[in-house]
Design a protein around this ligand. Structure first.
Ligand SMILES: Nc1ncnc2c1ncn2[C@@H]1O[C@H](COP(=O)(O)OP(=O)(O)OP(=O)(O)O)[C@@H](O)[C@H]1O
Length: 256
């Protein structure tokens, strides 16, 4: 059974002029997969993420996560579903600056009544895998962007959700930190079999995925598979982005 199944998903924003942000999008993500979502500005990436994460409702079509359709649940069930089944990573980290890195990491566990000892052990294990043991007791103002994003990755994964949704995780990082963060992602994907779906404009970040889905005008346009050469994959992603078009901001975000 796939972790995520998106079936003929459409989203129309009503207004003076209706916008079809998603148009019959269909794909599936299996356990342990690491999938990138790319496309020009306005192509529907955020809408797709919002509908999958239950922030927004689809106009038609279905989202099936672990065999369940969260859009058919009541509010309470949806909240629990989101907390248990999903992990979120954002461009601006969304960490609490009054807490240390370790306290931020264990937040998802505090709601489940896990002992402090077990929480600490889990945070220690994740920090060591992510190469951020040295910041466990630090506050956000004492950390680099890359360290903050790796803390956010630990927080998103610590409760072992079925699917991790990342929205432009390297959007706020320099190229060195982006690499560190993407290598951390790749390691977590391999070692914990974490299933990840990541929206990005960054070809370098996307080249760490197993495959990348490209959307244009709300429709699935193409799909590229990585194979075993990341450099060649990076080049194919850039070629596909040029083919898709987009504004100069997007092409200027390409990093070697
Ligand atoms: N709340 C909304 N109401 C009306 N139209 C919207 C709304 N949100 C998005 N849209 C429109 O839906 C389309 C898809 O937008 P979306 O934000 O999903 O694109 P995107 O690919 O994430 O873009 P970007 O890369 O710039 O973030 C766009 O035409 C956008 O203007």
């Amino acid at each position: 059974m796939p972790v995520l199944e998106v079936r003929a998903l459409s989203k129309i924003y009503e207004g003076k002029i209706a916008t079809k942000a998603l148009d019959h999008v269909t794909f599936r993500i299996e356990e342990g997969d690491f999938v990138g979502i790319m496309g020009p500005s306005g192509s529907g990436k955020t809408t797709l993420l919002n509908v999958i994460s239950t922030i927004d409702e689809p106009t038609s079509g279905e989202v099936i996560l672990n065999g369940q359709n969260p859009h058919r649940m009541d509010r309470q069930q949806t909240a629990l579903f989101r907390r248990r089944e999903l992990g979120f990573i954002f461009q601006h980290f969304n960490l609490l600056d009054t807490l240390t890195a370790e306290e931020n990491m264990v937040l998802p566990l505090t709601l489940d009544g896990i002992s402090v000892r077990d929480m600490k052990a889990k945070a220690q294990e994740m920090a060591s895998r992510l190469g951020i043991e040295s910041v466990l007791n630090k506050y956000m103002y004492e950390m680099s962007g890359g360290q903050m994003q790796r803390t956010a990755i630990a927080r998103a994964m610590i409760h072992e959700p079925s699917l991790i949704l990342a929205d432009e995780p390297t959007g706020n990082l320099d190229s060195k930190s982006s690499r560190d963060v993407m290598e951390a992602f790749a390691r977590m994907n391999e070692q914990y079999k974490a299933t990840i779906m990541m929206v990005t404009h960054d070809a370098l970040a996307a080249s760490y995925c197993h495959r990348v889905l490209f959307i244009k005008d709300g429709k699935l346009y193409n799909e590229l598979y990585r194979g075993n050469n990341r450099q060649a994959f990076f080049q194919r992603i850039i070629d596909m982005m040029s083919l898709l078009g987009g504004d100069s901001h997007e092409l200027s975000s390409i990093r070697l």
